[in-house]
Design a protein around this ligand. Structure first.
Ligand code: PEP
Ligand code: MG
Length: 578
């Protein structure tokens, strides 16, 4: 048994056999074979070894003579691949355990690598990396470039990967994928956000986890405490069973809040909206007691289908969402493509700094036909309920005015066809760049509402990649720079008397709810599964207490001090959430 700690990104407990998708997306499941297939599998191993030796010769021939260190490495690999006893160990596994060649290769090489890395001599322990290299070479031979997809599963698994894209995560079959752990990622990466929305327990920033877990490992994912247990013993399994049960009881208790208002003890009503990526999640928001949709991340329509959605595709998705929320607000954010949300089929040219590149509203303003198609569909759906439009990543007033002008063009097009739409539709923007926060008094002139996107606001203000595990400790909502920007946005929105909400992941963090209320926020949009917990906190506090807490925080200068202070306050109210 091995216990590893990472960053908890999606709550819940999962326990299942592991599926390892390495950085090349190979899936190496344990697959049984028939006795009649053993000879074929052994033959595949022989072929893979010959192929891997050939790969080495090709690579060697491409190196210049003076790259002797590379030649040494290739020599080690070659010796290994020509070692008969090594090949025999793999063949023994196939013959004795009746499993596929790739499974036998991944199991034996993993065993050898683990053994080597435990040796104290540095030279020997570092050879583990060579073993993983050889493993990759052999698997390339065995599996080629054909990657199996994790959505053709027939048993429950937890996915272990170097990294997962939001598109991969969105494609998981929730019946079988019970949880995941990745080496890369951060708490507000879109993969993490999706995991929370889908209710899949997940832990990220697990260095080298793909090297430690094999396809025969059983793994516990503890998405509440950010722990991964590899091959747990019986006592640990039992402990986790009890813990999962207590979490389930807590959730059931919170379920009774569904139809109760999110109202503080002194009678201040807070609006709790849901963040969704897919139209069918609207029902989940409703079931969790949400008051509408505060952020519909429509780019997933694009990412999931892998092709550009037609106007009808857009319309049907919006209509489904709006119908689930008759009379309640549904804020449709126009496509926020780019950065980590890249369509697989579209020729999106690679950029050196995609987060600072042609993404989001900038991309839409450059691709007007795509943008207009979406706007037309949103306008058509606007007669079905309280639909609102939100533009992402606005950085200046000109950009907002340009987007609004295109919206007016689309309205005129619809007029020509006498197609009905709501001409008074509310149009708001996300405040998620420092420039937008610093000019919020100007942006308020042309906005019906603001929604503060703390995920990107933190990333851009503190210059910390939100999905990079190496800098995750620097990514802090409690940084005085962030709090100061938020205070000024709240001030400007109130002065202009426009709507204001927070839709970044911070709105689903129980420890920060009192601070947000104390700073004056009255509408939160969050991951649907977190609505009950946040509602419970709101119903347990008074605005007076929250104001006091926010005033105290304003006197503090260290993010850690602020974090500990707000966490202690929230823990007193709802210890079960921590
Ligand atoms: C944000 O940036 O806070 C936000 C809500 O948008 P996204 O997470 O989709 O970038
Ligand atoms: Mg954003």
């Amino acid at each position: 048994m091995e216990i590893r700690k990472g960053i908890a990104v999606s709550p819940g407990i999962a326990f299942a056999r592991a599926i390892v998708i390495d950085s090349k997306d190979y899936r190496i499941p344990r697959r049984a074979i028939l006795p009649s297939q053993v000879a074929d599998e052994v033959h595949r191993v022989d072929e893979a070894f010959s192929g891997a030796v050939h790969q080495l010769s090709v690579l060697e021939s491409r190196q210049s003579v003076d790259e002797s260190s590379l030649k040494d490495i290739f020599a080690v690999h070659r010796r290994f691949l020509q070692d008969e006893s090594f090949r025999k160990r793999i063949i023994d596994v196939i013959q004795q355990e009746m499993v596929t060649a790739e499974f036998a290769v991944s199991t034996i090489l993993h065993e050898i690598a683990v053994h080597l890395s435990s040796v104290e001599d540095l030279y020997i322990s570092e050879r583990a990396a060579d073993i993983y290299d050889i493993q990759k070479r052999l698997l390339t031979e065995l599996l080629g470039n054909v990657t199996e997809s994790v959505d053709h599963l027939s048993e429950e698994v937890v996915v272990i990967a170097h990294n997962l894209t939001p598109t991969q995560t969105a494609g998981f079959n929730k019946t079988y994928v019970r949880g995941f752990a990745t080496e890369a990622g951060g708490r507000t990466s879109h993969t993490a956000i999706l995991a929370r929305s889908l209710g899949i327990p997940a832990v990220v920033a697990m260095e080298d986890i793909t090297a430690q877990v094999t396809a025969s490992s059983k793994v516990i994912i503890d998405g509440n405490r950010g722990v991964v247990v590899i091959d747990p013993d019986e006592a640990t399994i039992e402990e986790y069973r009890e813990y999962a049960e207590s979490l389930h009881k807590f959730e059931t208790r919170l379920g009774s809040l569904r139809d109760k208002p999110a109202e503080t003890r002194d009678g201040v009503r807070i609006t709790l909206l849901g963040n969704i990526e897919f139209p069918d999640e609207a029902v989940l928001v409703k079931n969790k007691g949400g008051d509408g949709i505060g952020l519909y991340r429509t780019e997933f329509l694009y990412l999931y289908s892998g092709s550009e959605p037609t106007e009808q595709d857009h319309y049907e998705a919006y209509a489904e969402t709006v119908r689930a929320f008759q009379g309640k607000p549904v804020v449709i954010r126009t496509m926020d493509l780019g950065a980590d949300k890249l369509p697989t089929t579209q020729g999106h040219p690679p950029e050196a700094n995609p987060v600072l590149g042609l993404r989001s509203i900038r991309y839409c303003l450059e691709h007007l036909s795509l943008f207009k198609t979406q706007l037309r569909a949103i306008l058509r759906a606007s007669v079905l309920g309280d639909v609102r439009i939100m533009f992402p990543l606005i950085t200046n007033l000109q950009e907002l005015r340009q987007a609004r002008m295109i919206l007016r063009d689309v309205m005129e097009d619809l007029d020509e066809y006498a197609a009905p739409y709501n001409p008074m539709i509310q149009v708001g923007i996300m405040i998620e760049t420092p420039s937008a926060a610093l000019t919020s008094s100007l942006l308020a002139i042309d906005s019906d509402f603001f929604s503060i996107g703390t995920n990107d606001l933190i990333q851009y203000t503190l210059a910390v990649d939100r999905g990079n595990e190496h800098v995750s400790s620097l990514y802090a909502f409690a940084d005085p720079a962030i709090l100061s920007l938020i205070r000024s946005v709240i001030h400007d929105a109130n002065k202009a008397k426009i709507g204001l909400s927070v839709c970044g992941e911070i709105a689903s963090e129980p420890e920060y709810i009192m601070l947000l209320l104390g700073m004056g926020i009255r509408t939160l949009s969050l991951a649907p599964p977190m609505i009950p917990e946040v509602k419970q906190i709101i119903r347990s506090v008074s605005t007076k207490e929250c104001n006091h807490l926010a005033r105290k925080v304003a006197t503090m200068d260290a993010p850690r001090q602020i974090k500990n202070y707000v966490r202690d306050a929230a823990m007193k109210i709802m210890p079960e959430a921590f």
